[in-house]
Design a protein. Structure first.
Length: 130
C-alpha cells in the first residue's frame, strides 16, 4: 500500500475541507476531518495545516488542546488473556478479552479447542506473512 507524501497528505486534507465547505455551507466540519487535521498538525506543523484547510493556526492549536477524547492512533500494547467457560464440555466456549491501555476493551467468543483458536488469533493480530 503506497503511503502519501507529506505534501500530498496536506493537499488531500485541504481538498476534503474545501469540498465539505462547498457541499455544506454554514455547517460545522465533521469530527473525522478534524481528527485528520489534528493528526497532521502533530506530524507537520500548525502553519502548514492551516494553509491547507483555511483555518488559523491558533484555532487549530486551541482545538487540539481542548480535545477531551484522544485521537485514535496505533495501540502501543495489547494484552490477550484467553479463558474457557467450561473445560469439561465437548465443544468449549473460548472467550478472549482484549484491553488497550487507555480503556478500550474488546471481547471475542469462539467455540472449539484452544489449540484451534490460537493460530487464528495469531493470524488476526500479526497478519499472514505470505
Amino acid at each position: 500500500m503506497p503511503s502519501n507524501t507529506p505534501v500530498q497528505e496536506l493537499n488531500d486534507l485541504g481538498e476534503q475541507f474545501l469540498k465539505w465547505r462547498q457541499d455544506n455551507p454554514r455547517r460545522h466540519h465533521p469530527r473525522h476531518l478534524w481528527d485528520s487535521a489534528l493528526l497532521l498538525a502533530k506530524k507537520h506543523s500548525f502553519k502548514d495545516v492551516s494553509k491547507q484547510i483555511g483555518f488559523a493556526a491558533a484555532y487549530i492549536r486551541r482545538k487540539l488542546n481542548k480535545r477531551k477524547t484522544p485521537i485514535l492512533s496505533e495501540p502501543k500494547f495489547v494484552e490477550i488473556q484467553p479463558y474457557q467457560a467450561d473445560p469439561f464440555k465437548v465443544t468449549q466456549d473460548v472467550k478472549v478479552r482484549i484491553q488497550q491501555p487507555g480503556g478500550m476493551i474488546t471481547e471475542l467468543s469462539f467455540q472449539g479447542d484452544v489449540e484451534q483458536i490460537f493460530p487464528f488469533m495469531h493470524t488476526l493480530f500479526q497478519g499472514d506473512s505470505q
